[in-house]
Design a protein around this ligand. Structure first.
Ligand code: ZN
Ligand code: ZN
Length: 111
């Protein structure tokens, strides 16, 4: 599993015109819809892959997190999903988000 353009630090590899605009026109809506479908399809396999446990600390997992946030053009491909407990998920979206993301990428590389 490898990340393509997304693995450049500080750059989500996304066209600025597409990033962060919820009402960003047809192309964006289409991409989002397709990704929602992918997410629904991959949720369960991602959860089963983790054995129902947080892949960061081993506690029971309650959330599926996008390693590269969808707002940064991350997708719902299995290589961008990770199961987390509530605590780790909060960390993943907190001030340490960047370090956590690098850590999660390392975990995913081991697949
Ligand atoms: Zn955890
Ligand atoms: Zn998340």
């Amino acid at each position: 599993m490898s990340f393509r353009v997304d693995d450049r630090p500080g750059n989500a590899g996304c066209l600025p015109a597409l990033a962060g605009h919820e009402e960003g026109g047809l192309a964006m809506n289409k991409r989002k819809r397709r990704d929602d479908a992918l997410y629904r399809k991959n949720r369960l396999p991602a959860y089963e892959r983790a054995g129902g446990l947080c892949e960061s600390c081993g506690a029971p997992a309650v959330e599926i997190h996008h390693i590269v946030f969808r707002s940064h053009c991350g997708t719902s491909g299995l290589d961008n999903l990770i199961c987390l407990c509530r605590r780790c998920h909060e960390l993943a979206h907190g001030p340490q988000a960047r370090q956590m993301r690098e850590r999660f990428k390392e975990i995913r590389k081991g697949d």
